[in-house]
Design a protein around this ligand. Structure first.
Ligand SMILES: C[S@@+](CC[C@H](N)C(=O)[O-])C[C@H]1O[C@@H](n2cnc3c(N)ncnc32)[C@H](O)[C@@H]1O
Length: 279
């Protein structure tokens, strides 16, 4: 991979490609926007190969932010806001947000650190990164926030570099969850924090039932309508709710990846959960 120096943080990056050097992934069969809106998947036969995930997000990138905010009624903004408060930056060591997509969590960390800590957003989908880069330009943010193209299963950074390594609604999309977790832990500094924001299912009635109904019957139709998508949403969405490990199960996977003091906090009645671990 191409060696690239990124101003201020280039020394961290030993073999990353800038997103604008990534090959264009090409056309893709229609994929539903709800996948991008981070709905967990249940079908064990879902194709999560890199090429398929890259193409899928490449296709929906232009609608991604709008749909996310719309379908979550803007609650996704609150979740990222909460994440950077529960895992606050300290000092000048850099922060890495993997599967950064259009960069919203990276922006939140950047805001929170007030320019003290350089922030890198990494993703392997060029189109998602391009939206993030455009937002960065519009906001007049300089080189203390950078986007790079990188596979989260093989991060182009030496060990022990980042005070915080985060991922929001991305771990579930990584083909090999445990490899993704190991890489996050590897590049995190000793005593640094790994933060994982991911969808989960509420556990308490009556909200569990109500949300399950909304999730199964309303959200897919809404997403399909708004994104002018075909019927794929129906085919996997209802099954997908419980597939990805959540709660203790994901906490245990984090421990297996080498993290300690693993804890998690349900957000918004358990629709999402923030997992935190210390290296
Ligand atoms: C649902 S989006 C989440 C984006 C963003 N973190 C957010 O909170 O909105 C998932 C992102 O994960 C990225 N992704 C999935 N697997 C990846 C991998 N192995 N390496 C890098 N990025 C990956 C996709 O390209 C996509 O941009």
């Amino acid at each position: 991979m191409l060696c690239v120096a990124i101003t201020g943080i280039g020394r961290l990056c030993c073999h990353a490609t800038r997103f604008d050097t990534m090959p264009f992934p090409g056309p893709v069969a229609s994929e539903n926007i709800l996948a991008a809106a981070c709905i967990p998947r249940a079908r064990m036969n879902l194709d999560k190969t890199n090429s398929r995930v890259q193409r899928m997000f490449g296709e929906i990138a232009p609608k991604y932010d709008r749909m996310n905010h719309l379908l979550s009624l803007n609650v996704d903004r609150y979740w990222r806001w909460r994440t950077v408060r529960l895992v606050p930056p300290r000092g000048a060591a850099p922060i890495l947000d993997v599967c950064t997509g259009t960069g919203d969590l990276a922006f939140a960390f950047h805001r929170r650190s007030r320019g003290q800590a350089p922030v890198i957003g990494a993703d392997f989908c060029k189109e998602m990164l391009a939206i993030g880069e455009a937002k960065k330009q519009r906001r007049g943010i300089r080189d203390d926030l950078s986007f790079i193209a990188a596979d989260s299963q093989n991060l182009p950074f030496p060990d022990n570099q980042f005070q915080i390594v985060s991922v929001a609604f991305g771990l579930r999309n990584i083909a090999d969850t445990d490899q993704g977790l190991r890489e996050m832990a590897r590049v995190c500094q000793p005593d640094g924090q790994v933060a994982i924001l991911e969808f989960s299912m509420p556990r308490w009635q009556p909200f569990k039932g109500l949300y399950g109904w909304y999730f199964r019957h309303v959200l897919p139709r809404l997403g399909q309508l708004l994104a002018r998508n075909r019927e794929e949403a129906y085919s996997y969405l209802p099954d997908s709710v419980g597939e990805f490990p959540s709660g203790d199960a994901l906490a245990q996977r984090m421990r297996q990846a080498g993290l300690q003091h693993v804890r998690f906090q349900p957000l918004t009645l358990g629709i999402a959960t923030l997992y935190m671990g210390t290296k």
